[in-house]
Design a protein. Sequence first.
Length: 94
Amino acid sequence: IKKKTGCGLILDFFVHCSRVVRKSIARVLTVINQTQKENLRKFYKGKKYKPLDLRPKKTRALRRRLNKHEESLRTKKQQRKDLLYSIRTFAVKA
């Protein structure tokens, strides 16, 4: 939005109006961007791959960490060990 310089009062009024206009434009653009992003989130929900900006940001270390499923996986040998040597509980009779 461009403006021409003129006398003081008109200039002050124009500056005020231009500020209001800029703020309202910003509001409209914010709403448009939010709705676009919301629609993209709905579209990609449940898909295998998502755009980078829709993925959770977190920290670098957290992004590289194994997910819950990968963490819980056990080898055949480990499964057998867990089965054979499970934690035993004993109660002492007083």
